[in-house]
Design a protein around this ligand. Structure first.
Ligand SMILES: C[S@@+](CC[C@H](N)C(=O)[O-])C[C@H]1O[C@@H](n2cnc3c(N)ncnc32)[C@H](O)[C@@H]1O
Length: 365
């Protein structure tokens, strides 16, 4: 039954009740009825184009299964914070333990709910450190692929709200390792800072974590500075769209093209910032290959800085031409998440260092 028919039915019921029942809810006005009709038609039209677009990409057999999985509520896990007091966490979760299962495909301790129920909210331990972060296990897996070493110098170029930044900080040594977390949007950057401060002790933040606010498409100020760069790119987020009617109405196939251009610009900057021999992990939560393998392909074929794909050893996910895709219909609900690991293999011969004054620096410390 359509939304309009459903509203009419309710109106009819209310009408019936009027002769002996609820007078508070009048039948829908003509104006509202028209507006609902318009919205339904718009949504149906977008859904038809959306289906056609992704059916072409995924095939008539796979697409309905993937779509069904995408429409289900997003699955999360609890990523335990190594800086939180273990005794406090054990005590807090003692009643949930039988429902929790430890994920075997990531090295940071992460727990999922066997019954897919909600976790108790994260909270502060005796030292004012938050105990765990709730996120998609695919996100932890993506940072796993970076094979972080305690002394790595890392850039997270699109970092807010901070799930992957936190998972990187779990693996760095505060004395020798360093993470720079970049986020262009000031409100999201504020949230990123709050997350870092709430999960990581002040002395560790002081020694190993920096937050900056540059435009990732123009992150050219620090050439060849990092061992590893994490690029979790802004993308079409189709799963999110399917759970947000208003956002979904705005979708069109053009969105992937626009996003892919921006993603390639950020990837160029990421590759520019990593040292020769270092790696960039490119990730999106899009299901469109335009935003995934095609971005990597363009960088390999047309980028001025040479890169090569690196094969990753992972326990879950489907291989794509240049990376891995974690699909919710194949992984018990995790994802979607695409990621690809590429190594910088040489220098950019055409690069001319920019004047420092031109750099788009914007830090709201
Ligand atoms: C997919 S989210 C990152 C999620 C984050 N890595 C995490 O795990 O919590 C992408 C982020 O990139 C930011 N962003 C978008 N365009 C950007 C740009 N040009 N430079 C830097 N950040 C950008 C968005 O504001 C958004 O916070």
């Amino acid at each position: 039954m359509s939304e309009v028919e459903e509203e009419k039915r309710k109106g009819g019921q209310r009408g019936n009740k009027k002769n002996g029942g609820d007078k508070k809810k009048p039948a829908m006005s003509k104006k509202k009825e028209k507006e609902l009709q318009r919205q339904t038609e718009k949504r149906n039209a977008v859904m038809a184009t959306f289906n056609k677009f992704y059916e072409e990409e995924w095939g008539a057999e796979r697409w309905p299964k993937l779509l069904e999985a995408l429409k289900k509520p997003v699955r999360h896990c609890m990523m335990m914070n190594k800086y939180a007091n273990v005794e406090d966490v054990k005590l807090k979760l003692k009643d949930s333990l039988s429902d929790l299962t430890m994920l075997d495909f990531v090295s940071i301790p992460c727990y999922a709910s066997k019954s897919h129920s909600r976790f108790p909210q994260p909270s502060k331990d005796r030292n004012n450190i938050t105990d765990y972060y709730i996120l998609d296990a695919g996100s932890v897996l993506a940072t796993e692929a970076l094979d972080i070493q305690p002394d790595d110098q890392i850039l997270d170029i699109c970092a807010a709200p901070g799930g992957k930044t936190l998972s990187v900080l779990q693996r760095l040594d505060k004395k020798y390792g360093r993470l720079t977390s970049n986020e262009i949007a000031s409100d999201r950057r504020r949230r990123l800072r709050q997350v870092i401060e709430s999960y990581i002790p002040p002395d560790v933040v002081e020694e190993s974590s920096t937050v900056v606010g540059k435009d990732g498409t123009r992150y050219y100020g620090e050439p060849e500075q990092y061992d590893k760069v994490l690029l979790d790119a802004p993308c079409s987020s189709e799963r999110h769209l399917l759970h947000d009617e208003k956002e979904f109405e705005l979708w069109s196939p053009k969105r992937s093209i626009v996003n892919a251009n921006r993603q390639l610009s950020i990837l160029k900057a990421a590759v520019h910032s990593v040292r020769v021999g270092g790696v960039v992990l490119y990730a999106t939560c899009s299901i469109s290959s335009l935003e995934n393998d095609k971005v990597i392909e363009k960088m390999i074929k047309k980028g001025k800085i040479p890169i090569e794909p690196v094969k990753m050893k992972l326990m879950i996910g489907e291989r794509t031409k240049y990376g891995v895709f974690i699909a919710p219909d194949k992984t018990d609900g995790w994802g979607p998440l695409y990621f690809s690991l590429v190594r910088r293999t040489g220098v950019d011969k055409e690069y001319v260092p920019e004047d420092d004054d031109d750099e788009e620096e914007e830090d709201d410390a």
